[in-house]
Write a protein that binds this ligand. Structure first.
Ligand code: APR
Ligand code: PHB
Length: 390
């Protein structure tokens, strides 16, 4: 097989890249180890920044997002048992949209299939070859086990944090920056209307909690837990009890419902440089991870592939190389801004094990300042709603 761009991974990054390239008249093949059903059901992030929303709309992917997504003009910080609203609309004139990552993925797959794009699910043994030469290749096995090879001009490594693409960059050339956190998030999806019409980020002495949602009928809730906590040790009743305690506030009643999903996810900050090696370009979680507190993961993946689609288009259609040469540098500016914001939100809102009273007072002071100072609140709001794409 021959294509222009072989894309490894059908998450938001890989799928949107193939959509944007197709709009520019560039061929691609998307290779995904999981099944279509699996990627369409996998519960992940749920907040779209304004630039992400505008991009999806402008490339013909806005229809269901605009009818089913929930526009939000602010969030609340809850501490000392009371809410402090950060009014995005008043502070920045911008807003966010709550729309699940798997809904974005469903819309992208539907659009690629309607356009007769080449998407291969349930492939195995994906291996990258000759990424530093002029004729890179990807070998893999199709769903039925047949050995295949795709020759291409470029490979896009969009296969997430646990994928194979990142390791095709020689170890001696890679710099990795990493920070782990002494906590994880236990997340649930519950069949019950949200208990409040916006997101609530709650700092509590027993740990962080987050009230979010997926639709007017489905609530998404998170609890900070120890990183080695096992989900089997958290019965539904124990989870609800802990959520009631942490989210308690005057005039707030948390409604319970059947748990549709529950799981524990670790938290880390991670960046690799360079994002390009020869004909291989990394994008999304393959190149960087943020802790979920700033809701930046999916938005960053989308910003990367917007830039990558522009760079590959300039090169493959017009022979211009300055954008592929500057790809990593351009993306990393946004990535490091999001890294700082996500680390800052995480540090402000979680209880650190050991309960250092000095740190607790520092966090409370930062929360009070962010809640009461217009410049401080604007800093949170501007980063949360998303800085404009370059
Ligand atoms: N070959 C092919 N596909 C692979 C391989 C492989 N060797 N390894 C992993 N994959 C697939 C995964 O199954 C997944 O569907 O690559 C895809 C990567 O998708 P995501 O993990 O969703 O990553 P990305 O598209 O960069 O989107 C980032 O995902 O984890 C969230 O918070 C993160 O919201 C952010 C978003
Ligand atoms: C979610 O709804 O899943 C969600 C919302 C905000 C975050 C993280 C996750 O910061």
């Amino acid at each position: 097989m021959r294509t222009q761009v072989a894309i490894v991974g059908a998450g938001p990054a890989g799928l949107l890249l193939s959509h944007l390239l197709a709009m520019a008249g560039i061929d691609s093949v998307v290779l995904e180890t999981r099944s279509r059903e699996y990627v369409e059901r996998r519960v992940r992030a749920g907040v779209l920044e304004q630039p992400t929303v505008e991009l999806l709309r402008s490339v013909g992917l806005g229809e269901r997002m605009d009818s089913e997504g929930l526009p939000h003009e602010g969030i609340s910080l809850r501490f000392d048992g009371a809410d402090h609203r950060i009014d995005f609309a008043a502070l920045t004139g911008r807003s966010i949209t709550v729309y699940g990552q798997q809904e974005v993925v469903k819309d992208l797959i539907a659009a690629r299939i309607a356009a007769q794009g080449d998407l291969r699910f349930e492939v195995s043994d994906v291996t990258l070859h000759d990424v530093d030469g002029n004729e890179p290749r990807v070998t893999f096995r199709d769903a039925d086990g047949t050995a295949q090879e795709v020759r291409c001009d470029a490979i896009a490594g969009c296969d997430g944090f646990h994928g194979v693409s990142r390791s095709a960059v020689p170890a001696g050339l890679v710099t990795a920056y990493e920070q782990t956190y002494p906590f994880a998030w236990l997340g649930i999806l519950a069949e019950t209307p949200p208990s409040h019409d916006e997101l609530i980020y709650c700092y509590h002495e027993r740990g962080f909690a987050l009230h979010s949602m997926r639709s007017p009928q489905v609530t998404r809730l998170y609890l900070q837990v120890a990183p080695d906590e096992r989900i089997e040790d958290w019965s539904d009743a124990r989870i609800w009890d802990e959520l009631h305690v942490r989210l308690a506030a005057d005039g707030f009643a948390l409604t319970e419902g059947a748990m549709l999903e529950k799981g524990i996810t670790g938290m880390r900050s991670f960046v690799v440089e360079p994002m390009r090696h020869g004909r291989l370009f990394l994008a999304g979680d393959a190149a960087h991870i943020v802790p979920p507190t700033g809701a930046k993961g999916m938005n960053l993946a989308i910003a990367d592939v917007l830039q990558l689609s522009r760079a590959l288009t300039a090169w493959l259609r017009e022979g211009r190389t300055e954008l592929i040469d500057g790809y990593g540098e351009t993306c990393l500016r946004r990535i490091w801004r999001a890294q700082h914001f996500s680390w800052w939100m995480t540090s402000m809102l979680h209880r650190f094990p050991g309960g250092d009273p000095f740190q607790h007072q520092i966090q409370l002071s930062q929360l009070r300042y962010t809640a009461t100072s217009v410049p401080a609140a604007t800093t949170l709001a501007e980063n949360y709603v998303g800085l404009p794409f370059s």
